[in-house]
Design a protein around this ligand. Structure first.
Ligand code: AMP
Ligand code: ZN
Length: 291
């Protein structure tokens, strides 16, 4: 069994990268990918310990992107997993990530300014102490709760932070096509994360969405995921075959930050991704196999 979708505390998970490696080894996982949001910091910390313990750690990341569709106004937030199956990312990819981080830091400063103009005394640094490289609105929400400005995380979003609330400040999120282009240029495989979540109760819309993403460079889809039913996985297998897409799978483990999802086995044991999934990804990438 393998797990190609997990988060450490370098993004919004609760386990340190080292603890994730140790849990994976303890469980007997045959491979692990740390797919933190918009950062490679978790992977970078885990690489040495994984090597020491003989764990096959796949370099990966989960990028937040905005999908715009030809002739269709609604813009969607889409999460794209990138798997660096041919080796670690080149400097150009890391530089592009730095730009993503800079726009986040800039937004965080403007968000703190706006909050202070509304009488909420918060500094961006207070949120950044919690979130580091990928500090976002959830970290501001925690600061607002801890400082007593609101009673709960939900109140923080409802009153100040949600897209419709009074302190909202937009940030630049990379377009889907730009992120996919960066992933491909870095020699990595772009994979759509948890596709079923994109369409909720309208699975009939998935085909059209995936077709547009394939036209913009998508090469794979996450078929196996804790949130997917057997029917979802079946539909996604069909779409993967129809569009010639690679198949991946993982739990989306976040530790205590997402109770109920277990490393490797998902929601109450609804997941068991076989090692062959990674072998096929590596075969299709023509990449080196780890010894
Ligand atoms: P950011 O990337 O900093 O703009 O923050 C986006 C994150 O904030 C999302 O991934 C959600 O986890 C969280 N979020 C956004 N809107 C809400 C909301 N209305 N209620 C709770 N969490 C939210
Ligand atoms: Zn994820």
């Amino acid at each position: 069994m393998i797990d190609l979708h997990t988060h450490s505390d370098e993004s919004d998970g609760s386990y340190s990268p080292l603890r994730l490696v140790e849990e994976a080894v303890g469980l007997g996982l045959e491979a692990l990918a740390i797919t933190d949001h918009d950062t490679l910091a978790g992977y970078d910390q885990a690489a040495g310990p994984a090597r020491d313990r003989g764990l096959d750690l796949v370099c990966a990341i989960e990028l937040g992107t905005l999908l715009t569709r030809q002739g269709k106004p609604p813009v969607r937030q889409v999460h794209v997993l990138a798997y660096f199956l041919n080796g670690p990312p080149p400097a150009t990819f890391r530089s592009w990530l730095q730009v993503v981080h800079a726009s986040r830091r800039d937004r965080n400063r403007r968000l703190a300014d706006k909050l202070r103009s509304l009488g909420v005394d918060v500094e961006a640094e207070e949120a950044e102490a919690l979130g580091r490289t990928v500090t976002g609105r959830p970290h501001f929400a925690r600061v607002l709760v801890e400082k007593g400005f609101v009673g709960s995380i939900k109140d923080a979003f409802d009153q100040f932070l949600s897209d419709a609330a009074k302190a909202f400040v937009p940030r630049r999120v990379p377009p889907f096509a730009e992120a996919v282009e960066q992933i491909l240029a870095a020699g990595a495989l772009p994979v759509l994360a948890h596709p079923a979540r994109l369409v909720h109760s309208r699975p009939d819309r998935l085909d059209g969405l995936i077709r547009e993403m394939v036209e913009q460079g998508l090469r794979g889809i996450e078929v196996y995921h804790s949130d997917h039913t057997a029917a979802d996985a079946g539909q996604l297998l069909g779409l993967a075959a129809a569009y010639g897409l690679a198949i991946s799978g993982g739990s989306d483990f976040h530790g205590e930050a997402k109770p109920g999802v277990q490393l490797g086995t998902g929601h109450g044991g609804n997941l068991a991704v076989p090692r062959e999934v990674l072998e096929r990804l590596r075969d299709s990438a023509g990449g080196r196999q780890r010894g």
